[in-house]
Design a protein around this ligand. Sequence first.
Ligand SMILES: Cc1cc2nc3c(=O)[nH]c(=O)nc-3n(C[C@H](O)[C@H](O)[C@H](O)COP(=O)(O)OP(=O)(O)OC[C@H]3O[C@@H](n4cnc5c(N)ncnc54)[C@H](O)[C@@H]3O)c2cc1C
Length: 289
Amino acid sequence: MATSRRIKELEVMVADVIVETPDTATLVLFTGNDRLEYSAGHFLTIDPHQFEALERFTSFLEDLKGRREPPRAYSMCSAPHERYLAVTVKEERYVSGLTKFPPLLSPLLTKRTTRGMRLVVTGFTGPYTLPADIESKANHIVHVCAGSGSVPNFSILKHALANHPTLRHTFVYSNKKWDDVIFRDELAKLAAQHPDRLRLLHTLTREEDERVFGPTVRKGRLNEALLREAIPSPSECVVYVCGPGISKFDLAAARQAGTAPPSRFLESVLADLKALGVPDKRVKREFYG
Ligand SMILES: Cc1cc2nc3c(=O)[nH]c(=O)nc-3n(C[C@H](O)[C@H](O)[C@H](O)COP(=O)(O)OP(=O)(O)OC[C@H]3O[C@@H](n4cnc5c(N)ncnc54)[C@H](O)[C@@H]3O)c2cc1C
């Protein structure tokens, strides 16, 4: 089906709000009788102008920035075979001295959205999907995510476990603390249901409770050694990397300071994958600016 036919505006109702972590919520969306045509890994967009509660912030930010606030993209955490459509949103924080503007939409979606609320969403699109012939190209999918970067990968994982029986998965997931791990229990449940097809590898950069660490929960930043462990055969896998990367704002700030922008999660994972010999065409990436 042509992409343009899939992109449409939908009025949806929030059927449930699931608090995943202290700063992250899943919005389960009821879409009525609309037939949903999306692929695992697709995203939808939400225009902040539709929220009366944001009106003054939106106008003020538009005055400050000198441009219209664009719709924000949110990947589906649901998979197409599931009954409801769902997105998972992590609240962006304003950090005094570091963040240029207060984040507009994610605080409302995570903290002030309630059951029964109506929203207009536009969807569905995005290149971060499994090709239909994936089983002829790979036998192993390696998911490499940080923070809310797990959202499309969770959808792809659920879809592939249900529909691509020859694929094994390794889900490498970086967070600050154990309580920041989105879908923690659902991932563990899937791993228990598919012990031969799914391996989880968490890594935590700021956890102080030693009791959480073990064979599947490592300490420290995601590095080449952990990726080497996850990828024994670089030419038989396809890697799906999703997380924060250098944004256009980082680039502008670095240009002004006359420095190079520091690598973020995405750039450092891509460099490690290159060092491990994973061919570039076997690496799919989704960038959360
Ligand atoms: C394809 C895609 C899929 C995504 N999926 C998800 C998802 O599943 N879950 C999720 O939580 N997020 C996802 N995101 C991120 C999401 O779209 C939003 O970027 C995020 O929620 C922040 O939006 P906000 O309105 O709260 O913050 P914004 O108002 O967009 O602000 C974010 C940051 O940008 C800075 N900024 C904004 N404008 C400027 C400017 N003009 N100059 C300098 N700095 C500026 C702000 O200071 C702030 O630090 C996705 C992004 C993409 C591209």
